[in-house]
Design a protein around this ligand. Sequence first.
Ligand SMILES: Nc1nc(=O)c2c([nH]1)NC[C@@H]1CN(c3ccc(C(=O)N[C@@H](CCC(=O)O)C(=O)O)cc3)CN21
Ligand SMILES: CC(C)C(=O)C(=O)O
Ligand SMILES: [Mg+2]
Length: 294
Amino acid sequence: MTQLSAAQKQPAEGALKATGSKALYGGKSTRRITVRDITAAKERGEKWPMLTAYDAMTASVFDEAGIPVMLVGDSAGNCHLGYETTVPVTMDEMTMLSAAVVRGTSRALIVGDLPFGSYQEGPVQALRSATRLVKEAGVGAVKLEGGERSHRQIELLVESGIPVMAHIGLTPQSVNAMGYRVQGRGEEAAHQLLRDAKAVQDAGAFAVVLELVPAELAAEVTRTLHIPTVGIGAGSETDAQVLVWTDMLGLTGGRVPKFVKQYADLRRVMGDAAKAFAEDVVGGTFPLEEHSVH
Ligand SMILES: Nc1nc(=O)c2c([nH]1)NC[C@@H]1CN(c3ccc(C(=O)N[C@@H](CCC(=O)O)C(=O)O)cc3)CN21
Ligand SMILES: CC(C)C(=O)C(=O)O
Ligand SMILES: [Mg+2]
């Protein structure tokens, strides 16, 4: 591993000065972050990062790096479990993965994604599913897709004491109906997105993901709402940014959406390491005396 520079070991002094010791990223608190901390960050005008995580080990790396919010995304379907889409992911799978991420972290707020089919029947089904993630996995909040169409679900969860992150724009669980297309282009679609954003805020969501919407529209939604917006393919003006961890670290096989920035090439690092191990075994150079017991 290369040595981290001093600048990489801790956030820039400027960032700390601007945000103070309460900052979600770079702040000094070691207790677990809550949705109230997220609300306070919007009041301070602070931007924050979110990453997905699907297992305890990866989550512990991001927790130690100071990532304040982790999403156990149903993107686990295609990024962790080998499905084509997020559609087949079950509550049993999300509960198991979410529990692992909670166990691997001590500081990050963990948000559990409600999978397709676990809340569409109505508010009561949504409450039953969300309760499972809270009680069995220990998540601090849940996320579900849909704006106006999901407002009754959001209302009941919030009334019941479960913080909800909403998700509008491109909603991948509806891939069979909408495809993976940019949402909110054109006047009518832009107005619908604004209505969806207001609906989830009015229903009590503490934050809202905006996926694959024009940057100008995402900026308008961010200015209009008092809850934070979390962008993915939604430009630079949202309060927070989220990426799928296997995309941003170069582990995802195949095509990656164009809004992803790749910060490492783990696929190559891991592939090279596997080949080096295989060559050592075949060539008899592993194990050596130092790896042996007598
Ligand atoms: N690995 C991965 N990363 C993701 O971000 C992700 C998933 N999987 N699975 C669930 C959804 C699906 N997502 C996707 C998938 C594809 C595009 C995509 O191909 N978009 C086109 C733009 C299409 C248009 O212009 O309308 C692109 O070129 O990025 C976008 C989001 C985002 N989510
Ligand atoms: C991309 C984010 C917002 C998501 O819903 C997921 O990873 O499942
Ligand atoms: Mg999701």
